[in-house]
Design a protein around this ligand. Structure first.
Ligand code: FE2
Ligand code: FE2
Length: 158
């Protein structure tokens, strides 16, 4: 099941997430200005597409929350000035799964949760969390990926 799939996140053999733990987030690791900019970019991009208002609303909301999973990542890793080692990088790469689970726990739709889960996928399959390709990547996740990358190139983000 989708819900079980993203909540049963395994780290070194231990299942580390439960609903109460998920909702006890803090925002130290989230760059809210980056999230707002990505949401604004997603809104503008969606406005150029022939999609329903409902889908547009879901995509913009997903964009606003896309990095919410970083609230579960060790702040010292997010703020590390130098290069990340493999273990640290693997922890960073969990943030879409954390975010997707948090969105579900907060009562948002599966579509929103999936847009968050897949916002670091690449069309050539080199992304994470699942290595999805091309049209298997939800439209909202692809839009967030583009807006996220554009904002990261123009602004310093964590
Ligand atoms: Fe992200
Ligand atoms: Fe981001």
């Amino acid at each position: 099941m989708y819900t079980a799939d993203i909540i049963s996140i395994d780290q070194g053999g231990d299942t580390i997430l439960n609903p109460i733990d998920l909702l006890q987030t803090d925002n130290r690791g989230i760059d809210v200005f980056h999230c707002f900019r990505v949401a604004e970019l997603a809104f503008k991009l969606c406005s150029q597409l022939e999609i329903s208002n409902e889908e547009k609303e879901e995509i913009v909301l997903s964009a606003a929350m896309h990095d919410i999973g970083k609230s579960k990542i060790d702040i010292s890793i997010l703020n590390k000035p130098g290069k990340l080692n493999n273990k640290e990088w693997n922890e960073i790469k969990l943030h879409p799964k954390y975010g997707a689970a948090i969105a579900l726990m907060m009562g948002y739709s599966v579509n929103i949760s999936q847009n968050i889960l897949y916002h670091h996928e690449n069309s050539d399959g080199t992304g994470y969390s699942k290595g999805l390709r091309d049209e298997n990547i939800p439209l909202g996740a692809a839009i967030i990926r583009i807006c996220d990358s554009y904002d990261a190139m123009r602004n310093k983000t964590i």
